[in-house]
Each structure stands twice: as structure tokens, then as C-alpha cells.
Ligand binder design. Sequence first.
Ligand SMILES: Nc1nc2c(ncn2[C@@H]2O[C@H](COP(=O)(O)OP(=O)(O)O)[C@@H](O)[C@H]2O)c(=O)[nH]1
Ligand SMILES: [Mg+2]
Length: 169
Amino acid sequence: MKNRAMLIGSIGAGKSTLTNSLLGKVVPAFKTQTLVYYDWIVDTPGEYTENPFFYKNIMATALEVTHVFYLQDATNSKMIFPPGFSMGFSKLPVGVITKSDHNDANLERSIEMIRSVISYGPIVITSSVKGTGMEHLKALVKMNDMASMKRYVENEQSEDLLFTNQLYS
Ligand SMILES: Nc1nc2c(ncn2[C@@H]2O[C@H](COP(=O)(O)OP(=O)(O)O)[C@@H](O)[C@H]2O)c(=O)[nH]1
Ligand SMILES: [Mg+2]
């Protein structure tokens, strides 16, 4: 399977803007009503994450990808993923904090929220506006196992990148 990421997160979390930024596109993000397949990204409607009725769609789409990017909006105090949500997929999880450039961004809060979804894996702090974190996401999606992603995070020593490990805590 070609390495591909499915982006999930609430309505307005920044999935479509991130897609554009990662693919170097300049078209404004339109409101996604359905799945949109790009070269190595599958953009999903926020409704899929917000409404449990659509979880089956997320599960089905996950079969077509190697990675799942869990987006948390840094300006949003609400967490919409159920705890441990990533355990349901046998896909490589990547936590993505969006809108780090925003005045209302609260990075600590969003990292804690993502940690309740991903107990073991990389978390990337991003801004689609500034381009922060984009290289990390592109690098991580090319990797085929968690060990490589962990090594990458350790080697990069970047402020925009951390590895959460709560398996033995
Ligand atoms: N400041 C800032 N705003 C962003 C960023 N990414 C997205 N937004 C804004 O957040 C809103 C929702 O973005 P969108 O990509 O449509 O979210 P989606 O529903 O998850 O696809 C839009 O008004 C975007 O301009 C970012 O990195 N920084
Ligand atoms: Mg969208």
C-alpha cells in the first residue's frame, strides 16, 4: 500500500487548510461534505469525527491508509475524540496540534487532550498559516513503523515535535 494519511478532527479543526498546506496548494479550503482523496492525504468531514454514527465510515476509510492524523485545534477547549480512540485502528497514529500561530492557542492543553487519544506516538505542533510542522508530517508519513517515527522524533530535537509514551506509566 502507498503511504497515506487520513485526517480526522472536529469541524473547523483545520483539516482542509492543513491538506492544502501539506500539498502546497493555494486554493481556499472549502467545507468538506464527503471524503476527499488526494495524492497521499484523505481529508474527511468533521462530522465523521463529531458524530459516532459516522465512526463506521472512519473505520472503513482507515483500511485504505497507513497513518491516521488526529487533529486537535489549539484554540478549542473541547476534545471530541473518545479516550483511547486510536486503539481502534491498527494504523500508525500521529497527533497534530493545529493553529499554533493563533493568539488563542493553548498548546499545553491541546497536547494533554491528544495524549488521551494517542498513548504512544508522535505529536506535531503545526500552523498551516506559518508552515510550522509541515516537514515533520511529510517525513512521518513516509515511515512504515512506530520505531522509525520514534527515532525520527528523538533525532530531530525540534520544539514542534514530541513523542508521547504513556504505556508504562
Ligand atoms: N490561525 C490559523 N487559522 C487556521 C489554521 N488552519 C486553519 N485555520 C482556520 O480555521 C478555520 C477552519 O479551517 P478548515 O481547514 O476549513 O477546517 P476543517 O473543517 O477541519 O477542514 C478556517 O477559518 C481556517 O482559516 C492555522 O494554522 N492557523
Ligand atoms: Mg474541511
